[in-house]
Design a protein around this ligand. Structure first.
Ligand code: BJ8
Length: 420
């Protein structure tokens, strides 16, 4: 670890968090747990990982929701999501990557080579995957610093692709067995499947609360919880998030909302927002909008669809895992019409007024898929705006101006619908 540089990173986070999170009014009291997790992001959780390693346990870092946590868990390892969400790490990423690489890739690589991310430094193995070109090539560079295992994700969803993904999960399982020295049995994998399904269920419960007309929680807070789900202890996370959901249910019954009734309800769709990327949500929610759902990998793509718990043999479990994971609609697939169906479905389920299509700069898959999504939404009369923005706050004013104009248009639509 480069401790001096690490201290620079830790210096800015509290003020940033205070401005974005602690300044919110009327937050659910149960958000205190997540405040605590953030305050201890490089403290207690890291200590837990160190304790695990002292008992000869292994830590496995991941970057994509296609990597099955169930298998990591069944091998007795601890999985942590490693995607970098801060521009602090981009300059270090640019030392080995082209500048015109997406910030998520640059920050993830920069976090490792700068020696400032204790999660990265705790990992015994990291797992890459063949999704976009930027990530694929970055694994080769990261492998110079830390052992990388790459899962070959198919880019289509035919029967042979399903079989291929089952095979890849099995190879991953073998790799984990070799890394941890633990055998993955049917029983252990069944436990892993059950645990991760429980995590998905509690996230779904959180998201279901956001379908309510009176919103009991801000989009910013929901995003933070999704981000924390990637590295917190799963059992504790499930327990604490269920407690939060009990409070949200009560708020819904009591008619408590964190937004005014006329705030436009926004569905955000697009690239993932890795912690601490809270920029777009913060701008939306300080410009009069309310984020009700994220169709993204730090949102519905992470928790929708469960793995079948009735699979008994390892072969059946591989199939159950492949079936669930290949239901994720990432723009790296072709065709990817399932994502359009998801956006339209979520727009209705969450009673949204408009869609914000978010893409990080230089993300070709999501930027190119915009046209297909826009055509389909136009046909259905669903308003959408595209916002391409990176981690730096330099363009925050411009993004805000565009969003305010979009919200005004939504308000005009709403008034027209009322007077019809
Ligand atoms: S399943 S979205 S987590 S690949 S933003 S690095 S795509 S250039 S993150 Fe992703 Fe898995 Fe797909 Fe989800 Fe590349 Fe785009 Fe950057 Fe991205």
């Amino acid at each position: 670890m480069d401790l001096e540089k690490h201290d620079q990173l830790c210096e800015v986070l509290p003020q940033f968090y205070e401005e974005i999170y602690l300044s919110q009014e009327n937050r659910p009291a149960s958000m205190n747990y997540y405040n605590f997790v953030v305050s201890e992001v490089h403290g207690l959780r890291i200590k837990e990982l160190v304790n695990h390693k002292e008992k000869d346990g292994k830590v496995v870092g991941t970057f994509c929701v296609f990597v099955p946590d169930e298998v990591i868990n069944a091998a007795g390892a601890v999985g942590v999501g490693l995607c970098g969400g801060s521009d602090f790490w981009e300059p270090d990423g640019e030392k080995v990557l082209p500048r015109n690489t997406c910030p998520l890739v640059k920050a993830s690589v920069g976090a490792k080579i700068s020696g400032t991310c204790p999660y990265f430094q705790s990992c015994d193995l990291i797992v890459g995957e063949t999704t976009c070109d930027g990530k694929k090539k970055a694994w080769e560079i990261l492998d110079e610093y830390i052992p990388v295992h790459v899962m070959d994700l198919p880019q289509m969803k035919r029967e042979k692709d399903n079989l291929h993904w089952q095979d890849e999960i099995r190879i991953f399982m073998d790799k984990l067995e070799a890394t941890t020295g633990n055998k993955v049995t049917e029983e252990k994998l069944a436990e892993g499947i059950k645990l991760i399904n429980e995590k998905r269920k509690v996230l779904k419960r959180l998201y279901d609360a956001r379908k309510s007309q009176n919103l009991p929680i801000s989009g910013k807070d929901a995003l933070l919880i999704s981000q924390i789900a990637f590295y917190d202890d799963p059992e504790r996370f499930i327990q604490k998030t269920n407690e939060l959901c009990d409070e949200l249910d009560k708020r819904i019954t009591d008619g408590i909302s964190v937004f005014t009734e006329d705030a436009p309800r926004i569905l955000v769709t697009g690239t993932p927002m890795a912690i601490p990327n809270w920029k777009l949500h913060h701008i939306i929610e300080t410009s009069g909008g309310a984020v009700v759902c994220e169709e993204s990998c730090t949102g519905t793509r992470y928790f929708e669809n469960l793995v079948d718990e009735n699979a008994a043999t390892l072969d059946e479990q591989m199939k159950a895992l492949a079936d669930r994971y290949l239901n994720i609609n990432c723009a790296c697939f072709t065709p990817n019409t399932g994502r359009i169906d998801d956006i339209v479905r979520l727009y209705k389920e969450y009673n949204a007024d408009g869609v914000v299509y978010f893409t990080l700069p230089f993300c070709q898959t999501y930027a190119t898929e915009f046209k297909k999504v826009k055509d389909a939404l136009d046909e259905k009369g669903i308003p959408m705006i595209m916002i391409e923005t990176g981690y730096s706050l330099q363009d925050a004013g411009q993004v805000k101006t565009r969003l305010e104009a979009f919200f005004e248009m939504l308000e005009t639509n709403r008034q027209a619908a009322v007077s019809e």
